[in-house]
Design a protein around this ligand. Structure first.
Ligand SMILES: [Zn+2]
Length: 165
């Protein structure tokens, strides 16, 4: 942890249980835990700041044509990974630890766990053994891929509609 902090990251700001860090090489911002969280522990609650009909790169999808910006705002710095350690439960509005998180760990969520059909797909370089490489939203996951992840109730509903078609 210390090595990563001193070689690659600059701390931008502190937010209680997490710090916003910036990668000195790529300039990418990320959110890192400052405390230990157990698997299934609620890290914090979140709320909708703005509710939008169309997604932006900062929004989290909570329903069809319903996309929220996050409050607390610093949660927007949680980046994508195909091997996530947190989950945005948009039913209970809680950010949940999917596995044990150590102080210093980057908080990462699986974008398709909340996003159905992304307007701005991107290439993933998370280097997880199960990396999907192209992230386009849950609508583009196979049943096998979808089964590997915790997904929001909204995404489960969409997947059920998809199989009925
Ligand atoms: Zn990946």
């Amino acid at each position: 942890m210390i090595k990563a902090l001193t070689t690659a990251y600059t701390m931008l700001s502190k937010h209680g249980f997490a710090d916003i860090m910036q990668n000195s090489v790529t300039g990418e911002k990320s959110l890192h835990a400052t405390a230990f969280f157990d698997k299934e522990e609620t890290i914090c609650c979140f709320a909708a700041d703005q509710v939008l009909e169309l997604p932006t790169y900062l929004t989290v999808q909570t329903g069809e044509n319903r996309h929220i910006t996050l409050q607390p705002e610093f949660l927007q710095y949680i980046n994508h990974s195909c091997n996530p350690n947190v989950f945005f439960n948009t039913t209970t509005m809680e950010l949940v630890a999917l596995k044990e998180i150590q102080p210093g760990d980057e908080l990462l969520f699986f974008y398709p766990s909340t996003e159905w059909d992304m307007v701005q797909p991107f290439d993933c370089y998370c280097s997880s053994s199960n990396c999907l490489h192209r992230i386009k939203g849950a609508a583009h996951l196979s049943e096998t891929e979808a089964a590997q992840y915790r997904l929001t109730d909204f995404i489960h509903e969409q997947l059920q509609k998809r199989t009925k078609k």
